[in-house]
Design a protein around this ligand. Structure first.
Ligand SMILES: [Zn+2]
Ligand SMILES: [Zn+2]
Length: 431
């Protein structure tokens, strides 16, 4: 396969900076989805959005109505196409097919959401210095998904030239809400990978933190459960009637400390974090409400389940100690998956034709960190007898993922597009 890029590196950088500047949190990627849909439709794709690609009955962790409305209005004010916004019907993410007339076969996935963190305005941070820092408060592309959206768009546009050579359909999925593990399950439930045999996804960075490096497959992702806990107590005067109050803040504090004290599991890695606590209204009022945003992780589904069950027990008994009613709401969930060796071999082989990737920096099976929602797609495809891999595209990173100053090397964009196109053609050639 000969590859002469038709989408220039300059154009890819322009796309990346546009996505970066319009960073949007999971399930609120209105501007991003409309932008992608418009570009892809203009190139001739029949773009699928809305209920057709996303089963809302499986949706978890949807921000509250006021937040969603404000984000939708912000997207429109920032120039999102109103026609596409209307067609999306409140659902973000999109799917395009290269050959919808042929059987389902190959899937490439790109995630498009931002992280809930306030982007640095410091001069040493390139997006701030070059004027493409996020214009949305506390929504920041601190996990390189702006790069992924760009690579996905570039790949779709480049692949149009190879359309007539395809033996099967190649589907490109732009997944919303990868952060918090909320986007894949509703898409799988809507059938977007039904019949698919081969799957490829890649993340910039992760454990490939050197320019020109490439990790062909991944193991060691953690299964995870994201959940909110609410405590409902009773307010009272802190001087006159503290004995009449039922203090939700104390229940939340007790639950927080004790969740972090769950015994480690002897059979594998575990994590637990209470990342956010809200409680109280005033200095002299016994707090009558508290909310915790939490997550557990484990090296296997069973080990994560162990963590989550212990966390639930602690919440129940913290509520008991402080006479609270309580509610636990699961906001997101993903399992672990291991890349398949035949796919790892394929990535290794096709990358030989992309000179950007250096042979001495190539790793066949790398370690994941944290979790990735791509696992839900990989598992679904593996269950129907197919194969998948999750690659890592190397970049020097000034700071770690989810940090306010996260950034990556834009030089990798065009080579990454080429890698994805070569993978799509190589997967298509398989039976
Ligand atoms: Zn992330
Ligand atoms: Zn990520």
């Amino acid at each position: 396969m000969s590859f002469t890029p038709s989408v220039s590196q300059e154009k890819l950088v322009e796309y990346r900076r546009a996505f970066h500047q319009h960073a949007e949190s999971g399930l609120s990627e209105f501007w991003t989805t409309a932008y992608l849909a418009k570009e892809l439709a203009a190139a001739g794709f029949d773009v699928k959005v809305g209920h057709e690609i996303f089963d809302v009955s499986k949706r978890m962790g949807l921000p509250d109505e006021a937040t969603q409305q404000a984000r939708l209005e912000a997207a429109l004010a920032q120039g999102a196409d109103p026609e596409w916004i209307a067609r999306m019907d409140g659902i973000t993410g999109l799917v395009v097919d290269l050959r919808p007339d042929l059987p389902m076969h190959t899937v490439l996935r790109f995630d498009i959401d931002a992280v809930d963190v306030d982007e640095s305005a410091a001069n040493e941070h390139l997006p701030a210095r070059e004027g493409f820092r996020s214009i949305n408060n506390c929504e920041c592309h601190a996990c390189a998904h702006d790069g992924h959206a760009t690579i996905g768009l570039g790949t779709a546009l480049e692949m149009l030239r190879y359309k007539d050579q395809l033996k099967h359909n190649v589907r490109i999925i732009f997944e919303p809400a990868e952060e918090g593990s909320r986007g894949a399950a509703p898409m799988v439930s809507a059938g977007v990978v039904e019949g698919a045999k081969y799957f490829f996804a890649a993340h910039i960075g992760v454990n490939a933190q050197q320019d020109h490096a490439l990790v062909c497959g991944t193991q060691g992702f953690l299964a995870t459960t994201k959940f909110d806990v609410e405590f409902f107590g009773r307010a009272s005067h802190s001087g006159a009637d503290p004995h009449e109050g039922k203090n939700s803040l104390l229940a939340a504090a007790s639950a927080t400390l004790n969740m972090h004290a769950i015994p480690r599991h002897g059979r594998g890695n575990t994590r637990v974090t209470v990342g956010r606590v809200e409680s109280g209204t005033g200095r002299n009022v016994i707090p009558s409400y508290a909310k915790l945003c939490c997550e557990t992780r484990g090296e296997s589904t069973e080990i994560n389940e162990y963590m989550f069950e212990k966390a639930k027990l602690i919440v129940e008994h913290s509520a008991g100690m402080y006479e609270q009613d309580y509610k636990i709401t699961v906001m997101g969930k993903s399992d672990t998956a291991v890349s398949d060796w035949p796919m790892i071999e394929l990535v290794k082989k096709v990358s030989e034709d992309v000179p950007y990737f250096h042979r001495d920096l190539l790793v066949e099976m790398g370690q994941g960190f944290g979790s990735d929602d791509a696992n839900a797609f990989i598992q679904a495809i593996q269950k129907q007898g197919g194969y998948g891999t999750y690659a890592q595209i190397g970049s020097y990173l000034p700071v770690g993922h989810h940090n306010q100053r996260f950034d990556f090397n834009e030089d990798l964009l065009q080579p990454a597009v080429e890698l994805c196109c070569r993978m799509a053609m190589a997967m298509d050639a398989l039976d």
